[in-house]
Write a protein that binds this ligand. Structure first.
Ligand code: TRP
Length: 461
């Protein structure tokens, strides 16, 4: 069986996608999902959004817009698993299991947290001023997103590479602690698409909402036109030759044009095409490329209940993977049903051969003895000495045939004890218990001994 490559990525739902998001992340992800070898998981990281944003309306609006953007862009939800993080309760549950194995020192080193601390220090504030546990634990939540679905490849921006590495660290630690040789989690790899353009914004810097230099994606043709008119160019007049390679307008054009269109535009600029004309060409290109999906986008936005259905369907698909996997992980850490716990405990004992047991040995004086050890390795009684190894062996065999040990409580020498018991084998005393400080303690030890003895028999059966 060939396994498909599981590709997983999340989109934090705090804003409205712009042209840069589309070219840099959305479009390549949709294309990658069409590969028959890809098993894609794309989701709205709305729990992550709560870390950065405490405006419920904005969160809600952004989730809707981002969902519609992906669908309008041609994401085929029958091929991929497309869901909201907050519809998968297994993710926060896994987050807690991972939080309990994640080293605090690891999270201290996270870039996002460190940057906030440094900023506070620069401003002469308390290092942790305004820093929430959400921001601090952000990489653990992200690790849960990734490990929950055993993703192989995680397409992300460079700023997220460290988080994928942390997911590996945390997953590895969990595997080591609870896997008993089994690798629960696949080790994910960050996927940085070098070929994908980082689009320049209106001013030539990277297109980003924080620079206020974005071109809107689906708002309206008019808004797009208005933004394009604000693209900064040099002051060469029409008729003067323009250098395409130093023009970010050209870079934007190139990100959406065919090689033939690119070549044509390049030579027109060299021949002195005016910037006004050049902006119209860019608008036409984008409008051609995005006009149809813009229409789909607005249809989707107007039918939130259809979007809801699509995402509920995606959640169902995702949970079909997450629910059984999380059950396995809960078992592994010991969060088990009391009924299955007994069975599992027995099963693991068998595997590691740690049942209660008789152990024979030769004493310093040359005599032969045996002890009975609990599953945990504690000595429950020690035999009297035998001259012959064979005699000791016969006694052990005869004890093992019993349904329960034949125990005799000895009278203490004084009211202070010591309180001991003996073990009978046939008609003789064959072993002595350790000393106990009260009859109650001795009685508990005897009942524990009997149950250990019983389990040692079912193990060897
Ligand atoms: N933190 C990512 C970002 O801001 C979004 C994200 C959340 C993510 N969970 C993820 C990306 C899991 C990849 C995999 O870009």
């Amino acid at each position: 069986m060939t396994t498909r490559t599981r590709i997983l990525t999340g989109i934090t739902t705090t804003g409205t996608p712009h042209l840069g998001n589309y070219a840099g992340a959305i479009r390549p992800a949709i294309l990658a999902s069409r590969d028959s070898n890809a098993d894609s998981f794309y989701f709205l990281a709305d729990y992550h959004a709560l870390i950065k944003c405490d405006d419920p309306l904005r969160i809600q609006r952004s989730r809707l817009e981002i969902a519609a953007t992906w669908l309008a862009g041609g994401l085929n939800v029958d091929r991929v698993t497309f869901y909201r993080q907050s519809d998968i309760p297994e993710i926060p549950e896994l987050t807690w299991l991972l939080t309990c194995v994640a080293a605090k020192g690891l999270l201290n080193r996270a870039h996002a947290y460190k940057a906030s601390v440094e900023k506070n220090l620069e401003n002469g504030e308390d290092p942790d001023a305004g820093i929430t546990m959400g921001l601090y634990s952000y990489p653990v939540l992200m690790a849960a997103d990734i490990l929950m679905f055993n993703a192989h490849k995680v397409p992300v921006g460079r700023d997220q590479i460290q988080h994928v590495e942390m997911a590996r660290d945390i997953g590895q630690r969990f595997n080591h602690l609870f896997g008993q040789g089994k690798e629960f989690f696949t080790m994910p790899e960050a996927l940085i698409e070098e070929s994908v353009a980082t689009l320049p914004g209106l001013d030539g810097r990277k297109m980003s909402k924080s620079y206020d230099n974005t071109i809107p994606l689906y708002s309206s043709a008019k808004d797009m036109k208005k933004a394009i008119s604000r693209i900064v160019t040099d002051s060469l007049a029409p008729g003067e030759a323009k250098d395409p390679d130093s023009s970010h307008l050209f870079t934007l054009f190139q990100a959406f044009s065919t090689p033939v269109q690119t070549k044509e535009f390049r030579s027109e600029l060299l021949q002195g095409l005016g910037w006004g004309e050049a902006k119209s060409r860019l608008f036409e290109l984008l409008d051609n490329e995005l006009g149809e999906s813009r229409e789909r986008y607005h249809q989707l936005i107007e039918r939130p209940s259809d979007l809801e259905d699509i995402l509920q369907h995606g959640a169902k698909k995702a949970r079909a993977v997450a629910t059984p996997f999380l059950n396995e992980l809960r078992e592994a850490v010991g969060l088990r049903s009391f009924v299955s716990q007994v069975q599992v405990a027995k099963g693991t004992k068998k595997k590691v051969a740690k049942a209660a047991r008789f152990v024979s040995f030769r004493d310093e004086d040359g005599s032969f003895r045996f002890r009975f050890l609990s599953a945990g390795g504690q000595q429950l009684f020690l035999s009297r000495p035998f001259k012959d190894a064979k005699d000791a062996g016969i006694i052990v065999k005869s004890l093992q045939k019993l349904n329960a040990l034949d125990i005799g409580r000895e009278e203490p020498l004084s009211s202070e004890g010591p309180f001991v018991f003996v073990v009978w084998g046939g008609n003789q005393i064959v072993a002595d218990s350790p000393e106990y400080s009260s009859t109650a303690e001795r009685d508990i030890a005897i009942s524990e001994l009997q149950s250990e003895f019983k389990s040692s028999k079912s193990e060897s059966a």
